[in-house]
Design a protein around this ligand. Sequence first.
Ligand code: DX5
Ligand code: ZN
Length: 211
Amino acid sequence: MIAVSYLKSKYEKYETIKLINNSNADLIHVDLMDGLYVENKNFTIEEVLNDLKDTTKPLDIHLMVNNPEIYIPDLAKLKPFAITFHLDGTSNPLEVIDLIKDYNIKVGIAINPNEEKFILDDYLDIIDYVLIMSVVPGKGGQMFIKEVLNKVKELENKNLLIGIDGGINESTIIYLKDYKIDIVVSGSYVCMSDNYNKSINILRYKLNDYL
Ligand code: DX5
Ligand code: ZN
């Protein structure tokens, strides 16, 4: 599945969301940053609820925030496909996991490039999704960090969705070919382009060896 993030785009936010929603992307990747967990702050919860209220594609919400539990009850109103948080943004990951599950939403944990896979070990049997960050979270348009792919290998035999987030474009997508990756997140490569469907198709074709 291809999830498109609208963090960095050629068009203004509403136009970008509309373009993604009308494209052949599988999911809309919603990056929420609070200016605390990461330096940048983008949207308030009210904005997110309003911006996405008319979208029809499944939402892949990525919380780059401290205290993710604060946001979950509101975000649940959007009936997202998944909500993903970072372990170091909370003092009680189990509580966050339970809260997301209570709403019948898939639970994801994101792992930063400098974090080792073992930090997930206590949670792997109770979550649905691991989002492997291939950039340091905080902004769009950064360079893909290839080394994080080692973590995919360590997770491939688990019954989990595996996502990769950051720096994916038509050159870096080929590195993913030998790995079991369910969700590829791409932001600026798609959203800075003139033709979203064409860019998404290039990613798909290159990943699946059609080109
Ligand atoms: C990084 C975000 C990513 C990122 C994707 O902080 O979580 O979702 O913006 O955008 P690109 O593809 O531009 O790296
Ligand atoms: Zn993201």
